[in-house]
Write a protein that binds this ligand. Structure first.
Ligand SMILES: [Zn+2]
Length: 506
């Protein structure tokens, strides 16, 4: 029967979707038709596959050939189906035995010379294939290391179409799976290098413990970047699920090193430049859509240095992921959701001239105010902690490397997070960090604090120095401070410190 099929995977956002490639060679005018909602890149497979077959010393069937991609309703993009198209075409033409079994997935792009090339998103593609029952995968040799990160799937690498044909005919030709190399992650920057700055250090510890967003305000050289870059070293290591999620995003973005890929085990830091565009921040580009800087911070830290210099719409686009933990990217042909559960760290100089010391600044009060006003209220309102970074004294610099190391702080952070997790899990919330505890829950009877405890915040609410949202922020921070101190409920000292963290430099 001049019919065959093979299995591949298409990417939609960061999700893989198994695709069945059917080929039928029938009577009619000589042509190759691809149906089943291919995008432009996939439709051009007819050109690549024909050349690759001819350059592998095989005869291309010169008949009426139809390639159909299932499920029909799924818009398909990319070049990863090339290999499956070639295999089922050659099988339909009787040149190789049929590769009908759905347990094997073919994933790779074909060059005109017959070489099998690397594709983006091998990790999420094979995870999806495994969920749908695949146990074997054949990928480009260049993707073999990344593919080996997926457990329970036997992976083989192929360098060119001729080798694959040899293998399907019962010969050798494929490169076997390599044992996954445990690549040690490079050490994260450590808090022991941030000397002095006791209050900012305390603030970043609180941020890590409760998952709170932070705004660091201070002159150049005060250590804003140093602190932000060290937040990941205080956060708990990623769980298995989180590691696969975050690494998959890096895979789809094409950012995993080809030779020695590894699962990202610690919270990532993504620090886009202030000139970054909307698609570079939230994701987009041509199909298959790529994740942006916000998604590369998924399960980690999104650091925006010189935050007032970012374009306003780019900053405002972050409100959606801060609320929901994901970004909906829509294009005319495709739309998808990219996860982006991030902890935000904003940093800013107090004024546009970025003077090292207050005395050297010649900006007027109104210029300084307008500069910080570029950060929109709704975005800043979601930031629980504001920190005023004083200029670093010379004495502080001299003892750099002598401060408390990240590991010691991370231990306190871990026990505080555990206390919060127990509490909010019992309360039935979906997220277990204090920063994401719903306001109504905080004010409910079970978690309402005594009037004596909330007195420092109540006064500020009455005088209008705290908004309603700000008041909830204070409550969240107070719970984090209590968790860090090992108290079961916040007391008035926690609430007082929390108001200081919320109001910061105002
Ligand atoms: Zn200035």
């Amino acid at each position: 029967m001049p019919y065959s099929r093979a299995t591949s995977v298409c990417l939609v956002g960061v999700e893989g979707h198994p695709v069945t490639v059917e080929v039928h060679i029938g009577s009619g005018p000589s042509c190759l038709i691809i149906t089943g909602l291919p995008d432009a890149a996939l439709a051009q497979a007819r050109v690549r596959v024909r050349s690759a077959v001819e350059n592998s010393d095989l005869s291309f069937p010169d008949d009426h050939t139809v390639v159909n991609l299932l499920p029909a309703a799924l818009p398909k993009s990319g070049t990863g189906c090339d290999l499956a198209i070639a295999v089922s075409l050659l099988a339909a033409a009787g040149l190789v035995p049929p590769a009908f079994d759905t347990g094997t997935v073919f994933l790779g792009e074909l060059g005109l010379d017959g070489k099998v090339r690397s594709v983006r998103g091998v990790l999420p593609c094979l995870l999806a294939a495994r969920r749908s029952g695949a146990t074997r995968a054949i990928v480009s040799v260049d993707d073999l290391n990344e593919a080996s990160l997926v457990p329970d799937v036997a992976v083989r690498g192929v360098s060119d179409l001729a080798s694959l044909v040899e293998y399907l005919r019962g010969g050798g030709g494929l490169v076997s799976e390599v044992a996954p190399i445990e690549v040690a992650a490079p050490p994260l920057p450590d808090m022991r290098d941030v000397a002095g700055q006791e209050r900012p250090r305390r603030a970043i510890e609180v941020a890590a413990a409760g998952g709170h967003h932070v705004f660091l305000l201070g002159p150049p050289g005060s250590g804003k970047t140093m602190l932000a870059e060290r937040l990941p070293s205080l956060l708990p290591p990623l769980s298995d699920v989180e590691a696969l999620e975050t690494t998959s995003l890096y895979s789809v973005a094409g950012l995993l090193p080809e030779s020695r890929p590894r699962l990202l085990r610690s919270a990532p830091l993504s620090a886009p430049h202030h000139s970054t565009t909307m698609p570079a921040m939230i994701g987009g580009g041509s199909a298959p859509l790529r994740p942006g800087a916000a998604s590369l911070a998924h399960n980690g830290v999104l650091f925006l240095d010189e935050a007032p210099e970012f374009k306003r719409p780019v900053l405002d686009a972050l409100r959606q992921p801060l609320e929901s933990g994901e970004i909906l990217v829509s294009r005319s042909q495709a739309s998808c959701r990219f996860p982006a559960k991030v902890q935000l760290v904003l940093a800013a100089n107090p004024c546009p001239c970025a003077a090292m010391a207050a005395l050297a600044c010649r900006c007027s009060t109104s210029v300084r105010r307008r500069y910080l006003d570029r950060l929109s209220g709704p975005l800043l309102d979601r930031v629980d902690i504001r920190v005023d970074m004083p200029p670093v004294a010379r004495a502080g610099l001299l003892i750099a490397g002598s401060a408390e190391p990240s590991a010691a702080i991370a231990e306190r952070v871990a026990s505080a997070r555990e206390a919060a997790r127990e509490r909010w899990q019992q309360a039935g919330t979906a997220d277990f960090t204090n920063a994401r505890a719903p306001g109504p829950l905080l004010r409910s009877e079970a978690f309402r604090l005594s009037p004596k405890a909330t007195a420092p915040a109540d006064r500020l609410l009455d005088t209008g120095q705290l908004t309603g949202r700000g008041y909830d922020s204070v409550l969240r921070l107070a719970w984090t401070l209590a968790d860090l101190a090992g108290r079961t409920r916040p007391d008035s000292s926690d609430v007082a410190e929390a108001t200081g963290l919320r109001l910061g430099h105002r």
